[in-house]
Design a protein around this ligand. Structure first.
Ligand code: E4P
Length: 216
């Protein structure tokens, strides 16, 4: 499973990329606002750090506006993935962009049938938001399982990009189901390494090593 960082913070992106843990990046208008930076500047900088797909989201709601914004975003770098909302205009833009060789991430997916439409429109990625479903007392991971089954039934090659991931448990659950990608806040990616028995084991080994009086 691939890991994407769900952030527009270049410091965090650089750190994860240097660790070799990063396969791509997703951003959204809220994350861009949080960065306090110019949208195109920050996407260009992220694309210069990360080789994999970098999602940049359009903000128009109509097809023509989305296509105009997508043209500008695609000029930034070859790994820009245009992110469109899961609406009829978004699906139309997805079809046109994908037919023109552009990677497209269809975002704000909350049902399996929406995901089916995105695959039919040629999406490179579908982004089901699991945490936001959990927020309203629905199991977001059930949605990932339904989409996996539908995509496998019809051999769609659209990648399932589990989004709105909040915890290490979410990452484990979507990996078991077979999501292709998990996009996570940097803190969640870094938390995946943690286990108290690992820390305890290191402590014990170092104490025993010290007692040998040796150096390495
Ligand atoms: C995905 O591409 C979105 O940017 C993101 O995962 C949304 O997560 P949130 O629900 O924590 O805002």
């Amino acid at each position: 499973m691939k890991f994407f960082a769900d952030t527009a913070d270049v410091k965090d992106i650089t750190e994860l990329n240097d660790l070799g843990l990063l396969d791509g990046v997703t951003t959204n208008p809220s994350l861009i606002a949080r960065s306090g930076r110019n949208f195109k500047d920050v996407i260009a900088e992220i694309c210069s750090i990360v080789e994999g797909p970098v999602s940049a989201e359009v903000v128009s709601l109509d097809y023509e506006g989305m296509m105009r914004e997508a043209r500008g975003l695609r000029q930034i770098a070859s790994n820009v993935t245009v992110k469109v909302p899961l609406t009829l205009d978004g699906l139309k833009a997805c079809k046109a962009l994908a037919s023109d060789g552009c990677m497209v991430n269809v975002t704000l997916c909350f049902s399996a049938i929406q995901a089916l439409l995105a695959a039919k429109a040629g999406a490179t990625f579908i982004s089901p938001f699991i945490g936001r479903l959990d927020d309203i007392h629905l199991d977001g991971t059930d949605l990932i399982a339904e989409i996996r089954q539908i995509y496998d039934n019809y051999a769609f090659d659209t990648e399932i990009l589990a989004a709105s991931v909040r915890t290490a448990l979410h990452v484990k659950q979507v990996a078991l189901i077979g999501a292709d990608v998990a996009t996570c806040p940097p803190a969640v990616i870094k938390s995946l390494v943690k286990h108290p028995l690992t820390d305890k084991g290191i402590e014990q080994f170092l104490a025993d090593w010290k007692n040998t009086g040796q150096t390495l």
